[in-house]
Structures are given as structure tokens and as C-alpha cells.
Design a binder for this molecule. Structure first.
Ligand code: SF4
Ligand code: SF4
Length: 445
């Protein structure tokens, strides 16, 4: 992209401006705006630096710079904000914006801190016996049902995350499924270690996905130590990414398809984040995400302080960022691990927004989230698809959704979507306080 950015721009569907004194949005010269309009969805996400909401007088009444674009990509946080706004203003039912599908419950890695351990040790017996044997036709019908549900509520392009509850590479109909999701206008996000991706699956992924993210349990030698297996190595993962980037170029998808890698903060990574970042950037990847792992059960966060060496290297890693390579590191560089405990209940939303926007599909059952005590509770399951097509409408009725949504947060001790829920809660309060017409802008830098 040849467009030169000078500072920050505010971009809405029909207007491009700049923040100026007093928070007034001023319009840009037409030519200056053209370069921004030409950005692809991916390029825009790589330049994303937050969002603002303005009132009828163009005053900025809300600004958020904490969201990372890859968390929502290929959607934007503004899709969520606008859907909530329509709901609050005109009662338009909230569409499903994203569905997180856990269609495989096994993994070839044995990470000691596996986030999916509640999935890989899933209580199969408490569910219908054939719930997790998803044949292609059933799966297709479920997707059709989700796409139809959202289309009727004014949204096309549901984000379809296939992350397994284990390794999604194992799902045998993945290639056909990716093609079908695309035909339905859904946008696939694929999250895996890539250990079982062969050439033909790799091609199907590059052809049909919006975002492919390969997870690294460790960097270099620590890869094997943390994944506790030795048949798929760090070098295999790097080579797979190289192949994907080549294939992307071959298929002419370099401006659309986001390819990224995710790695966990680890004791022995110390000063390897920046060198790893340089490798990824050199390969032509778009995104590097460094994340905290969940605090091990029974331990305290304070037992895992982040060393000065780690902090310095993480800060150095962010210097790799430019408009073509995005680095996300944890907002707080305090500990290596994080907790999802709800610390201040008075600040926590009284309703679960995730239940509305981004349910979780595990096998044929639809859940509000992946927190295990919630997930296993049959009363809190949104429903189970029997045949697929059209069923979502039957069990996701407004009354049913309201009941599930309201009944949950008071029972949750920790929350897997705590940051999204808190943001949506703040926006809901904002929309109720400011009754005039509001406008939404992405900050593009
Ligand atoms: S690769 Fe993922 S699902 Fe598999 S053991 Fe590791 S953390 Fe768990
Ligand atoms: S843990 Fe969070 S996302 Fe899950 S049901 Fe409770 S409030 Fe909703």
C-alpha cells in the first residue's frame, strides 16, 4: 500500500476526519481520504488504533484504545458496538456476529497449561452420544442456520472461528466445511498448532479463510518442552508458515488473508520474543500475539513475576510494528500469567453480552461461553441442534436468550470474555445516557 499516513484519522462508513481541538471531527480533503478508502479490510485492521463515539455535535463522548484488531478480525470492534446500539435504540435483535466452534476434542500435544483441558477431558457422557460426531451435512445445516439467523437481523459475514477444543486439524471434512462457510458468506478464522495440516488442507485454508493463526507453545528449543511431544517441531511450524505465505501470494490473497502466530509468555523465553518477531516479520506474517497463560489452579499470580529482561524484550518487540506487521503484547507487563477471576463484582455487568454476540458451538450444542462450570450446566446451554437447518430460530428465541443472559453473570466467578463484556457494558451505559444520534469511528494510524 503506497498511501502515506500522517498521524491519526477517524474513519466511519461515510466520513473520514481527524481529531482536532475540543474533540471535533473535521472532514478531510477528498484526495487525502481516498488512500484510506482503498485500504483492504486487513490493511485497515493493521492500522487500527482504537475507536471513538461522537454525539450529534461531533464531540467525542467515548474513546477506547485498548482493543487489538486481531482479536475481532475480520470483524471490527465497531460491529459489536453498532449492533448493541441498534438494539438499544430501535430494539433490533442482536445477530450472532461470531461463532466459536469446537469441533474436535482431541489433541496430539500435551501442554501442561492447556486452556482446553476442560474440552479434551470433556464429560461426553452427559451429552447425547452422537453429539460430537459431526458429519458434514449436519455441520453444513448448522452453519446455514447461523448465517440465516444473523442475516435476518441485518448482519452478513459471521466470523466462524474453528479452534477445536484440541487440534482442529483432525476434523476430516475441514476442506469442504471451509468452502461451504465461504459460500454462506461466513468468514473463517482458523486457530491451530498446524501439526496435522497437510498440503491440501493448507491450500484450502489459504483459499477460504480470513485469518489463520498458528500457535507456538514455545520458541525454539522450548517448543518441544512445552508441547510435550516431539513429532512436530518449532522448525516444522516455521516451515508451515513459510508455505502458507507463499501460497497466499500465489492465490493473490496477500491483501486479504491475515496470517499470524501466537506465543505464550514463558519463563525461559526471556529475550527471544524480539528475535522471534523478526523471524515472523521476515516471513511476511501480519500479526504476532504474545499472550499470558492462565494462572495454574491453586497458585497465585504473584508467584509468576515478569522479569526486567522479559519486559525490555517485549517492548523491543513492539518496535517491529509498522503498517504491515502488528505486534500485540499484554496491556499489563506485571506477571507472566493472568487470572479471569471477577475481582470487583460491582463493576461487572449484570448481563452476559457474550451470550448474544458470540456463542460457542461444541459438537451440536450451543453454549454461552467456555468457562467449564457454565458450559457443563445443561440449564445454561442455549440449545442443541438435532437436524440443523432452521433450529436456531426455535431455541434462540428472545425470551430464551434473555433468561440465559440474565441468569448467568451472578453465578460466574471468572469470565472468559471479561474484557469484551466490560466494554459492551460501558457502551450500553453510554447509549442509555446519550439519547441523541451517535456516530462511530475507527482510529486509523
Ligand atoms: S495444543 Fe492447545 S489444545 Fe493441544 S494440548 Fe496444547 S494448549 Fe491444549
Ligand atoms: S463467564 Fe462471562 S462469558 Fe461466561 S457466562 Fe459468565 S459472564 Fe458470560
Amino acid at each position: 500500500m503506497t498511501f502515506e499516513f500522517h498521524g491519526e484519522y477517524l474513519v466511519s462508513n461515510d466520513q473520514i476526519g481527524r481529531l482536532s481541538k475540543g474533540g471535533i471531527v473535521s472532514r478531510l480533503q477528498r484526495e487525502e481520504g481516498l488512500g484510506i478508502r482503498d485500504l483492504s479490510n486487513k490493511e485497515r485492521a493493521l492500522h487500527f488504533n482504537g475507536f471513538v463515539v461522537t454525539d450529534e455535535q461531533n464531540n467525542v463522548i467515548f474513546e477506547d484504545r485498548k482493543r487489538y484488531a486481531p482479536h475481532f478480525f475480520p470483524l471490527s470492534v465497531l460491529d459489536y458496538a453498532k449492533a448493541l446500539y441498534q438494539f438499544e435504540r430501535s430494539g433490533q435483535q442482536i445477530p450472532i456476529l461470531s461463532i466459536d466452534s469446537h469441533d474436535v476434542l482431541k489433541c496430539d500435544f500435551k501442554c501442561q497449561d492447556c486452556l482446553s483441558s476442560h474440552g479434551t477431558s470433556f464429560p461426553f457422557k452427559t451429552f447425547p452420544p452422537d453429539n460430537f460426531k459431526m458429519d458434514l451435512e449436519t455441520y453444513k445445516a448448522i452453519l446455514q442456520s447461523v448465517a440465516d439467523y444473523s442475516r435476518k437481523r441485518g448482519f452478513v459475514g459471521v466470523r466462524f472461528e474453528q479452534s477445536g477444543e484440541g487440534n482442529p486439524d483432525y476434523y476430516k471434512h475441514r476442506k469442504q466445511l471451509l468452502g461451504h462457510a465461504k459460500e454462506l458468506g461466513m468468514r473463517s478464522v482458523y486457530v491451530s498448532t498446524g501439526s496435522k495440516i497437510d498440503d491440501s488442507l493448507m491450500r484450502a485454508l489459504v483459499e477460504n479463510s480470513s485469518f489463520i493463526r498458528i500457535s507456538f507453545p514455545g520458541i525454539g528449543e522450548s517448543y518441544q518442552r512445552y508441547s510435550r511431544q516431539d513429532s512436530f517441531t518449532y522448525d516444522h511450524a516455521i516451515n508451515l508458515l513459510k508455505k502458507m505465505v507463499r501460497e497466499r501470494e500465489k492465490l493473490g490473497r496477500s491483501r486479504d488473508l491475515m496470517i499470524g502466530a501466537r506465543v505464550a509468555l514463558r519463563e525461559d523465553h526471556g529475550d527471544s520474543y524480539s528475535s522471534f518477531g523478526s523471524i515472523l516479520k521476515g516471513l511476511g506474517l501480519d500479526v504476532m500475539q504474545v499472550v499470558k497463560i492462565l494462572v495454574p489452579e491453586g497458585r497465585k499470580r504473584s508467584e509468576f513475576p515478569l522479569s526486567r529482561k522479559d519486559k525490555t524484550d517485549l517492548e523491543k518487540t513492539t518496535e517491529l510494528e509498522n503498517g504491515e506487521f502488528n505486534v500485540t503484547i499484554p496491556h499489563k507487563l506485571d506477571y507472566m500469567v493472568y487470572s479471569r477471576e471477577i475481582e470487583d463484582r460491582s463493576e461487572f455487568p449484570s448481563q452476559c453480552f457474550s451470550a448474544l454476540f458470540q456463542p460457542v458451538l461444541t459438537g451440536r450444542s450451543l453454549f454461552v461461553c467456555t468457562i467449564s462450570n457454565v458450559m457443563y450446566d445443561h440449564n445454561l446451554r442455549l440449545g442443541t441442534f438435532e437436524k440443523g437447518e432452521g433450529e436456531l430460530e426455535k431455541f434462540l428465541t428472545p425470551t430464551n436468550v434473555r433468561q440465559v443472559m440474565k441468569g448467568i453473570p451472578a453465578r460466574c466467578n471468572c469470565c472468559s470474555n471479561i474484557y469484551d463484556n466490560m466494554l459492551l457494558f460501558s457502551l450500553q451505559k453510554l447509549f442509555r445516557k446519550n439519547r441523541g444520534k451517535l456516530k462511530f469511528y475507527e482510529i486509523i494510524k
